[in-house]
Design a protein. Structure first.
Length: 317
């Protein structure tokens, strides 16, 4: 794959307009087969532009019988699902695709780490929509990260598998418009105001800062032992009615349910890359808080049994 397409694919994972839709991030690494640092951070896991999905999910032989599974809590309620991309029905117009590409590049330039902003793009915007963007906050000090986390049910380990130590975490915090969405009238008024500013400035866009909250949306932690890495993603599922990962049937993978200390987990192994991930869902006793945990490894370095031991260590924290 060429670098232009790699950059386009990376942009898929930062669309706050689609908060409940996931695409397994490890698939990206399977298809890219590259370990470049700038391409590693796919914590947002959000499908933004389905026109690009066809480019991204391509060219694998696949296993003969693809099975998709779901996770249930102790009461038998489905708390996470995996499905084929055939069931993902959203499409984007050419204008939306072009506007989003420009918005993403601009957001990365304008915002500082940990900031959010509401943007109005003049070009390719016939319906006069705004785009809400957030930029990742980076923590290399685990104590500082833990101080920032207000929900103490979120578990960030010092080490995993005994010898992999914490290196850094890349975190998306929720902004106030995600926590308290504006009404349609308020949203229209903001769009009108920003549109006027954008057209008068001749910059092609306008932006207003959006206040951040201390609520974590996604956290992507890297643990390292020499050159080897184990990555742990924590995704805030609280309030999401149907958290779903979409994996194309042509992608070479197999998936099975396993149980660790009575907790249902999904083990997914991806073809030639030898990449695997183990996913489970934590739910608070009152069911008001829900987070998915995903441990991602290279199976040449970490076995299935070790993955399950890592998951068990999180259950014991």
């Amino acid at each position: 794959m060429n670098m232009d397409r790699d950059r386009d694919l990376k942009k898929l994972f930062d669309d706050p307009r689609i908060p409940d839709t996931d695409l397994t991030g490890k698939v990206m690494r399977v298809l890219h087969a590259e370990k470049k640092e700038k391409e590693r951070f796919f914590v947002k896991y959000k499908v933004a532009l389905t026109a690009f999905v066809g480019m991204m999910l391509m060219a694998s032989t696949g296993y003969a019988a693809v099975q998709y599974h779901s996770l249930k809590n102790k009461d038998g309620e489905v708390v996470y699902e995996t499905k084929s991309t055939k069931e993902f029905g959203k499409t984007e117009s050419k204008d939306e695709i072009e506007r989003f590409k420009t918005f993403f590049e601009l957001k990365e330039k304008v915002l500082k780490n940990g900031e959010a902003g509401l943007f109005y793009m003049v070009a390719n915007n016939p319906n006069h929509q705004t785009d809400l963007g957030t930029k990742v906050a980076i923590f290399q000090n685990l104590s500082h990260l833990r101080e920032k986390i207000t929900d103490k049910s979120i578990k960030v380990a010092d080490k995993v598998n005994g010898k992999y130590t914490f290196q850094k975490a890349e975190v998306l915090f929720k902004n106030v418009q995600e926590v308290n969405p504006p009404s349609p009238e308020e949203k229209a008024a903001m769009a009108k105001k920003l549109r006027k500013q954008a057209e008068e400035s001749n910059k092609g866009y306008a932006m207003i800062p959006v206040e951040m909250t201390d609520q974590i949306s996604l956290l992507f932690a890297t643990y390292q032992n020499g050159e080897d890495k184990i990555e742990v993603m924590i995704n805030n599922l609280t309030g999401k009615s149907n958290p779903t990962s979409y994996i194309d049937e042509k992608v070479e993978f197999k998936q099975e349910k396993v149980h660790v200390k009575g907790v249902e987990m999904l083990l997914t192994e991806f073809g030639p890359s030898r990449a695997s991930e183990l996913k489970w869902v934590y739910e608070s006793p009152d069911k008001k808080q829900r987070y998915s945990y995903t441990v991602q490894v290279n199976t040449d370095k970490v076995s299935k049994e070790t993955l399950m031991e890592i998951a068990e260590s999180y259950l014991e924290i």
